[in-house]
Design a protein around this ligand. Structure first.
Ligand code: 5GP
Ligand code: ZN
Length: 145
């Protein structure tokens, strides 16, 4: 299988590795053996938190599946705590892969973004498919697994 996303950046140059190692300060909200979570410097909403696997990997395609349970547990804990602390009614879990999708830090991380009714944030711009296009694209994706 061709897997994009193998790590190419030296960990010493990686800003999130340096935060994990304590070389750069952060506003930490949670830590366990596998995961560190801290507030994003440029929040989409107050309380916007980054959940970061401690071990460097570049994006989701390079993330070992055996690390997923610890990561999901952390997302649930942090999401719930952010929601309570900010008084939000909900939250997004977002994760960007590759520059075309907005990834700017090439150490895998998940964004927890608190949301409230009427906060004016708009993330979904939905479109439509032409005749037959949906089935054709689904088949094309399925044959690449
Ligand atoms: P991406 O665009 O790669 O999904 O998200 C990277 C995020 O990291 C951005 O939202 C940005 O504000 C945040 N960020 C970048 N550098 C730092 C930093 O040094 N400290 C913190 N706390 N957040 C950072
Ligand atoms: Zn890193």
């Amino acid at each position: 299988m061709h897997v994009k996303g193998e790590s190419s950046m030296a960990e010493s140059e990686c800003i999130f590795c340096r935060i994990v190692n304590g070389e750069i300060p952060c506003a930490k909200v949670y830590e366990d053996d596998a995961v560190l979570a801290f507030l994003d410097l440029g929040p989409m909403a107050k309380g916007h938190t980054l959940v970061v696997p401690k071990r460097h990997c570049e994006n989701l395609l390079a993330f070992p599946e055996e690390e997923a349970p610890a990561l999901i547990a952390a997302l649930k804990k942090v999401g719930n705590a952010v929601m309570q602390a900010t008084g939000a009614g909900g939250f997004h879990v977002l994760q960007n892969n590759f520059p075309a999708a907005g990834q700017t830090v090439f150490h895998l991380h998940w964004h927890i973004i608190p949301r409230s009714e009427g906060d004016g944030m708009s993330l979904w711009a939905q479109g439509t498919y032409g005749e037959g296009e949906m089935a054709e694209l689904a088949a094309s994706i399925a044959e690449r697994m």
